[in-house]
Write a new protein. Structure first.
Ligand SMILES: [Zn+2]
Ligand SMILES: [Zn+2]
Length: 356
């Protein structure tokens, strides 16, 4: 079968190769991959920043965002059958089975020895067939057969929002009204849609023009789009109950601090690669203290967020029928892998590769 692979930590090692179809053990499922989605994590692995091949393999099959159909089930697998439309989660429990992994929250693993499909120690889904532990596979509605590949990025949003509410409701009476989303890539757009669906006033900031696709998709949900080139963050007059930072820009992340209302919260979902000097750390911490503000980070998502995300995808599709489809801006064939993984144009939102 065809598989898109890299040799981890080696740049320019991306290739399409022929590998053997895996066969599932009694607790696994063999998946016929329909589509995979591409994001910054894949590009970071291709650039050699991280990535780890499975034990005994010299290469890693890429792909952690996927939409699959069950092709074959192991002997002890219950609740899944051939043909089911499914999305496997990404992370698997650490071998020590730490407190959180044991509790179904491998996204909160404390040992750091977890594995992740397509990223760390397990092959991903960028191949004709792929394998997963059946207990980490979530069945989704047939109505998502075109856009179900957006579920994995949505789970990042599901976790971020859920944790925001848990933190806030655990420390005060919280009735949020205004939310700020920094970034309008796939995760920012999905966050905008979910927050709008829950009835909040949402402002979403990005650098694209007002007539760009991203801006139009933001406004379709009833959120307000702010072009940060026209309206710098420092000039915003509003304060927000919660800020979701998804740009991965440290300077934007720092500016987010001033935009949080008293008793508010900032949820950081980016990876901040550039270096940034802090001009006045004292002012930031003083503002944090005097405003009872919370800053927290959130990574990955466990199965519960895939289950809630699958429900939200159906609801988003009902409310704004073309929104999710229009987020998939490029579809490529596996043979065209180089173009698919190359940097996106400014209007690009989500690129997918079809293995169907
Ligand atoms: Zn991703
Ligand atoms: Zn663990």
């Amino acid at each position: 079968m065809k598989a898109i692979t890299v040799i981890p930590r080696k740049t320019n090692s991306l290739k399409l190769q022929d590998v053997e179809v895996p066969s599932p053990n009694s607790h696994e499922v063999l998946l016929k991959v329909q589509r995979i989605g591409i994001c910054g994590t894949d590009r970071d692995i291709i650039s050699g920043f991280y990535g780890e091949a499975p034990e005994g393999s010299s290469y890693l099959i890429l792909g952690h965002e996927s939409l699959c159909r069950v092709s074959e089930t192991g002997r002890f697998v219950r609740g899944l059958k051939k043909g089911d439309l499914v999305v496997p989660t990404v992370r698997r429990n650490c071998p020590e089975n730490c407190l959180n992994c044991r509790n179904g929250e491998s996204d909160m693993c404390v040992t750091g020895h977890y594995k992740e499909h397509g990223i760390k120690g397990l092959h991903g889904f960028a191949s004709d067939f792929a394998m997963s532990d059946a207990s980490f596979v979530v069945r989704i509605s047939e109505s998502l057969s075109e856009i179900g590949v957006l579920l994995e990025p949505l789970t990042i949003v599901e976790k971020g929002i859920s944790q925001t509410f848990k933190i806030q409701q655990g420390r005060l009476k919280w009735k949020p009204e205004k939310m700020l989303v920094l970034g309008a890539g796939p995760v920012g757009l999905l966050a905008t849609a979910v927050l709008r669906m829950r009835g909040f006033e949402v402002h979403t900031v990005a650098t694209r023009e007002r007539d760009s696709l991203k801006a139009r998709l933001v406004e379709e949900t009833g959120a307000t789009y702010i072009n940060s080139k026209e309206t710098p963050l420092s000039s915003l007059e509003h304060k927000y109950d919660a800020v979701f930072e998804i740009t991965g820009s440290p300077s934007v992340a720092l500016e987010a601090q001033a935009l949080i209302r008293v008793n508010g919260v900032a949820c950081f979902l980016g990876i901040y690669r550039q270096q940034q000097q802090l001009e006045d750390a004292g002012a930031i911490f003083t503002d944090l203290v005097l405003g009872n503000k919370v800053h927290f980070g959130s990574v990955n998502a466990n199965k519960s967020y895939f289950v809630s995300g699958a429900k939200d995808l159906v609801l988003i599709q009902k409310k704004w029928p073309s929104l999710l489809k229009r987020m998939i801006t490029r579809q490529k064939e596996p043979e065209d892998f180089e173009a698919a993984y190359s940097p996106e144009s400014e209007e690009e939102i989500k690129t997918v590769i079809n293995f169907e």
